[in-house]
Design a protein around this ligand. Structure first.
Ligand code: EPU
Length: 421
């Protein structure tokens, strides 16, 4: 398990660019199961969750060729319909193979994902919707066993906006018989990327970018190529890294409108934001960080995947701020680690009250999940002295060597490889 040794205090300056979006890739890759043949996914990020999905697809019979950022997936020989525990336990997004396998082959057996580091993450909406579409679903020995000769279109109204359930049902509906209407569909840009890809494959979908998706099932889809959108969370993490070190950074290859909620909050906290067509510059030179409250919400609200990084930033604000996570009520595993660095934070239910401190001081801290790791790296960049962030394999799941991007901007980060902690 690798660790980072970060020497804090360097001001980040310069420019970098966003990689492809993890959460878009993790939906686009299983979508290739819906047709037979070679698909090309451009701008795919080289990060561990993508490699885990490649392994899972390989297990199902998909051949891959990953060259630069172009991922080719060949689905002509799918011969297995089980997503085993060993893959799903590593990555919950594995559950995305359920919809495509069930709708195209009439059978899927997918390990139940179980809880995650910060609490339960149910998939009841995925399963209830597939049942509504006529699937016979049993839970047995830790597996979802789903069968359906042919799925039927259905009216699906989600009680909660769910990225995963929208993606899974969408993939199931494109080959179902008749019309499916998804109400309260997730509006996340990664879902729009998926909708556009499915349409390129021959799917009939109306309502792109709205909360009502109308899908007219077709007999067959064909393989296609597409471009993965840029990672708004990676870009957001780097913007907050610039802000917490009081630096000035330009990020290219990112559509500013994907990050509106974060950019407004960065402005409220005292940063100057410059918007370009597909680039964002944050200028936090010499700012006094103003306490700025956030509450997470589905897109276009403030993303839960930026909550931990924002919490790190607010530890150095001049006053008291609050951070509320309305999506994942227990996603505060990073807080005790921030406290080890000198932060003053109290968590009550899904609300963190952060009293800004003058400085953070380097210490050893432990990553517990992807975004918590990112938060600790940001705190380490701003802390006085050395911070050791242990277990950065969590970070490697979702960021493509982010330390290299940060180091090119002036950060001092050493990766110490392969030790046990
Ligand atoms: N929910 C249910 N039942 C369901 C599905 C979801 O109650 O069947 C609830 C969840 O517990 C949560 C809310 O609905 O409270 C939203 O969850 P959602 O289904 O949208 O999350 P997800 O699809 O499992 C994706 C991202 C997450 C991101 C969330 C929220 C992928 C692969 N993962 O997860 O990304 O936090 O949406 O935006 O797209 C990350 O990248 O660090 C990450 C965790």
């Amino acid at each position: 398990m690798d660790k980072f040794i970060i020497t804090g205090g360097n001001i980040l300056k310069g420019k970098t660019e966003a990689s492809g979006a993890k959460n878009a890739s993790l939906a686009l890759m299983p979508a290739t199961l819906l047709a037979s043949g070679k698909s090309l996914l451009k701008n795919t990020p080289k990060l561990n969750d993508v490699f885990t999905m490649i392994k899972l697809l390989k297990h199902l019979g998909v051949e891959s060729n990953f060259s630069g950022t172009e991922l080719e997936l060949d689905t002509k020989n799918i011969n297995e319909f089980v997503a085993p525990y060993e893959h799903v336990k590593k990555m919950r997004a594995s559950v995305y193979v359920l919809g495509p396998l069930l709708t195209r082959f009439g059978y899927a057996k997918v390990s139940l994902p179980g809880g995650c580091a910060w609490g339960p993450r149910p998939i009841n909406l995925h399963l209830e919707s597939m049942k509504k579409m006529g699937a016979d679903i049993e839970l047995t020995e830790g597996y979802i066993v789903a069968k359906a000769k042919k799925l039927n279109g259905a009216k699906i109204n989600f009680d909660i906006s769910s990225v995963g359930a929208t993606g899974n049902v969408l993939m199931a509906a494109v080959l179902a018989k008749g019309t499916t209407i998804i109400s309260n569909a997730a509006l996340e840009p990664e879902i729009t990327n998926l909708v556009e890809y499915l349409v390129k494959m021959g799917a009939k979908i109306e309502g792109k970018n709205t909360s009502t998706l109308i899908i007219e099932g077709v007999e067959q889809l064909h393989s296609a190529e597409t471009e993965t959108i840029s990672d708004r969370i990676e870009a957001g993490t780097i913007l907050v890294a610039a802000a917490i070190t009081k630096g000035k950074v330009l990020i290219e290859k990112i559509e500013p409108k994907l990050l509106t909620a974060l950019l407004l909050k960065l402005e409220d906290s005292g940063c100057k934001i410059n918007i370009f067509e597909s680039a964002i510059e944050v200028d936090a030179t010499d700012i006094q960080i103003k306490p700025t409250n956030i509450s997470t919400a589905p897109f276009p609200g403030f993303p839960t995947d930026m909550q931990a990084q924002w919490t790190a930033y607010m530890t150095l604000a001049q006053g008291v701020s609050t951070v509320t996570d309305a999506i994942y009520l227990d996603r505060f595993m990073h807080v005790p680690e921030l406290v080890r660095l000198g932060a003053d934070i109290i968590v009550k239910e899904n609300n963190a009250v952060i009293k800004g401190v003058k400085e953070l001081k380097g210490a050893k801290v432990m990553s517990t999940d992807l975004r918590a790791s990112a938060c600790l790296v940001l705190a380490g960049l701003a802390a006085k002295g050395k911070t050791e962030v242990l277990r950065v394999y969590h970070l490697d799941r979702g960021y493509q060597r982010i330390e290299e991007k940060l180091m090119n901007l002036g950060a001092s980060i050493e990766r110490v490889e392969g030790q046990e902690y």
